[in-house]
Design a binder for this molecule. Structure first.
Ligand SMILES: [Zn+2]
Ligand SMILES: [Zn+2]
Length: 241
């Protein structure tokens, strides 16, 4: 009965694709055409920062070899191109809530499979979103990483902590800067307050990773606070540094 009613509701009020407005098939998150332009991040890539390679085998990239990041790994669901980059723009800069929901659901789907496949330590794991500074939060009105992290927390059935890790320095938008500038921009920008995260494993969630310097600075602060393990999880990753 419930199934019939929901089918009827779908017939009368069909859901629309949050990206392009096309009518959706029942129970799908995006339309076929947007899905076809959503590129999964697939091997070969660096097992630490997940930068993709054009060919060959997966191996630790030069950047990670030269300087090991503070986190154990970055895992990304998609490549920051096509639908993934469109989705992030619509959500972050045009504040389309329905797109945030779609990103959250897609990442949560990816996260569930990923979580099953990794070897876990005998510690408590907590989901932590990359925090925004107060000024940026006021301007945007919401933290996109927190929105997405809520879906991951629900999907993995793990607690979320969005208060311990804070951004203590207002930074420039990373997307307008080069690699070295990005590093400088976020240097010492984060701090952990209290000891709620001590000894725990953290799943650090963000919408997009480029050079990984924001995630690395967060991880540095988390390590200082006695965090045992840091796994970064992002919706999308650029295919370059
Ligand atoms: Zn679409
Ligand atoms: Zn790497």
């Amino acid at each position: 009965m419930k199934g019939i009613i929901s089918s009827l509701i779908h017939l009368i009020y069909p859901n629309k694709c949050p990206i392009c407005g096309e009518i959706l098939e029942k129970d799908s998150i995006l339309c076929k055409s947007c899905l076809s332009e959503l590129k999964k991040l697939s091997p070969p890539f660096c097992p630490i920062c997940s930068v993709p390679f054009p060919d060959g085998e997966s191996h630790i990239c030069e950047v990670c070899l030269r300087r090991r990041p503070y986190f154990e790994s970055i895992s990304s669901a998609y490549i920051y191109e096509g639908t993934a980059s469109k989705a992030i723009h619509l959500f972050k800069f045009q504040r389309k809530k329905s797109v945030g929901r779609a990103i959250g659901m897609l990442l949560s789907e990816f996260a569930s499979k990923w979580w099953e496949g990794i070897s876990k330590k005998n510690i408590e794991y907590v989901v932590v979103p990359v925090p925004l500074g107060k000024r940026r939060l006021r301007e945007r009105g919401f933290n996109q990483s927190l929105t997405i992290a809520r879906y991951v927390s629900k999907g993995l059935n793990l607690a979320i902590d969005y208060l311990s890790l804070r951004r203590i320095k207002e930074t420039e938008q990373q997307s307008v800067l080069g690699t070295e500038e990005r590093k400088r921009n976020v240097r010492n920008a984060f701090e952990v307050f209290g000891d709620a995260l001590k000894g725990k494993g953290i799943i650090l969630v963000d919408d997009v990773a480029t050079t990984g310097s924001t995630l690395n600075e967060c991880a540095k602060a988390l390590r200082r606070a006695g965090v045992e393990e840091i796994r970064c999880l992002v919706f999308s990753r650029t295919s370059y540094f």
